[in-house]
Design a protein around this ligand. Structure first.
Ligand code: UTP
Length: 291
């Protein structure tokens, strides 16, 4: 079944990026010239998904503004003639990227709780989840790779990557068996494992495709790590019963939920910029030698 809807949970408090995130959602922090969440919406669209639900919260209506029309700005740019045409086209195209709907998560009770807010919107069909602070850049859009695996196996799919022993304790750990190439079957998982509970160094990073049954499971899942409703705890039930599929996806993932991740994203994307990439590279080489 073709995946037609994606949800982007972007309602978290972003405490690891304070004070930047006191008034500014981390999902709106720019990587060079685009907010993180725009990269994510573009990834969905490139994968053939045009119906998107963004889960926001109080103080995050700036996300809605970004994807809306902007009549005053557009009029000003239009009056600027040829020299402003490129900007005008960019600004208008953002508002036409996809059919975006918004819903508010009133209390920040975790990623699982955020996903649960999408129950009515999703209905009875499989859907994609794209974590609002995980930007993944690559030739083959990440969520498209997961949708293809869902088509092939008809089971819930998670995007996975191997991470370090230190990192896995902050993320999740998957019990995996190889299917072929970069595909794995997943029969169990654990959120934020202590060292003795680690299944493997494969962790879920930012993307999944889930069957609608996940909503019933979420409604019956007790609060987990951090006293939050953890999506991983619900997916664990799915993995243990129906099994899930893991895709060791191609593409580079930038964690916009922490300060170092944000810096790495800007540097790497900046280095690839056609206009100033080479100049930025020279600048970095020079500055690094001075510290
Ligand atoms: P995180 O757990 O990384 O986000 O969730 P957070 O809670 O904002 O982070 P810290 O620990 O306080 O820094 C991953 C994604 O899920 C969303 C976040 O906005 C982020 O994009 N999320 C998280 C929600 O939508 N609602 C929540 O209650 C929690």
């Amino acid at each position: 079944m073709r995946i037609k809807k994606a949800i982007i949970p972007a309602a978290g408090l972003g405490t690891r990026v304070l004070p930047a995130t006191k008034a500014m959602p981390k999902e709106m922090l720019p990587i060079v010239d685009k907010p993180a969440i725009q990269y994510i919406v573009e990834e969905a669209v490139k994968s053939g998904i045009e119906d998107i639900l963004i889960i926001i919260s109080r103080g995050k209506s700036i996300v809605e503004d970004h994807f809306d029309r902007s009549p005053e700005l557009e009029a000003k740019l239009a009056a600027g003639g040829e020299s402003k045409k490129e900007f005008l086209d960019q600004v208008v195209s953002i508002s036409k990227l996809a059919n975006i709907t918004y819903i508010r998560q009133q209390e920040q009770k975790g990623l699982g709780h955020a996903v649960l807010q999408a129950k009515k919107y999703v209905g009875n069909e499989p859907f994609a989840v794209m974590y609002g602070d995980d930007v993944i850049i690559g030739e083959d859009p990440c969520i498209g790779q997961l949708c293809r695996a869902y088509d092939e196996y008809g089971k819930g799919v998670v995007g996975i990557k191997e991470v370090s022993k230190e990192a896995i304790q902050k993320y999740s750990s998957m019990k995996v068996e190889s299917l072929r190439d970069n595909l794995f079957s997943i029969s169990d998982m654990i959120e934020k494992p202590t060292p003795d509970k680690i299944f493997s160094l494969y962790s879920i990073l930012g993307r999944c495709v889930l069957p609608p049954q996940i909503f019933d499971i979420l409604e019956n899942t007790p609060l987990g790590a951090g006293n939050e409703l953890q999506l991983t705890d619900a997916m664990k039930v799915l993995a243990q019963t129906d099994g899930m599929v893991g895709v060791d996806f191609t593409g580079t993932r930038y964690d916009m939920g922490n300060k170092l991740g944000i810096l790495k994203a800007s540097v790497e994307v900046g280095l690839q910029n056609q206009d100033f990439g080479p100049e930025f590279r020279d600048y970095l080489k020079d500055i690094v030698s001075k510290f």
